[in-house]
Design a protein around this ligand. Structure first.
Ligand SMILES: [Cu+2]
Length: 190
């Protein structure tokens, strides 16, 4: 008579194989009608990430940058359009001064700009002082923007302990919380 020790050698092997576990960080930000100005992101996720080859769009229409806050993974390409029948001149700054300064004179035209380094870039238009936007380049892809109710969700987060940052981009105001991610769903409210 055969004695079953494991159901199969394969199952025994699977139980001993390390599996990359991932979970979800989700919650709510009290952003009160200004939720599009906020971002949530994780700091300290191990690994090397690049947005190289990813394209993120920023439009200019009726003298407004759309959207006002543009999150992207550092290394991504920002594709800036002009949907107005006149010139815009997009001038990006970080704390050190001008990062790029490009003229987009013709309606329907787009220009690509690689956003290499992580950080917050303020965008203005030299032709229209009322225009402003922010590009936030992040070190890893684990970020999200809350919806209009303030709800956010970051998925496929590798198991580990991280700092979760809620950033009010417009007002340069951030709140940090420590989160420990396993295989399930972690709820964090701000
Ligand atoms: Cu303009």
């Amino acid at each position: 008579m055969t004695v079953l020790r494991w159901a199969s050698p394969l199952l025994a092997a699977l139980c001993l194989t390390p599996v990359a576990l991932a979970g979800t960080v989700a919650g709510q930000i009290a952003c009160d009608g200004r939720c599009a100005d906020y971002l949530v992101y994780l700091e300290g996720v191990p690994g090397s990430f690049s947005g190289q080859g990813q394209v993120v769009k920023l439009e200019q229409k009726d003298k407004v940058f759309i959207p006002h806050v543009v999150p992207l993974l550092a290394g991504s390409t920002l594709r800036i359009g002009n949907d107005d029948p006149f010139l815009h001149n997009v001038h990006a700054y970080d704390e050190g001064g001008t990062v790029f300064n490009i003229s987009i004179p013709i309606q329907g035209m787009t220009l690509d700009q690689v956003i290499a380094g992580a950080g917050v870039y303020a965008l203005l238009c030299d032709a229209h002082p009322e225009m402003s936007a922010y590009v936030v380049a992040l070190e890893n892809p684990f970020f999200a923007q809350p919806d209009e109710t303030g709800a956010f969700e970051i998925v496929e987060v590798p198991e580990g302990s991280y700092t979760l940052v809620a950033l009010d981009v417009e007002n340069d105001n951030s709140v940090r919380k420590t989160v420990t991610v396993g295989t399930g769903r972690v709820a964090v409210d701000f």
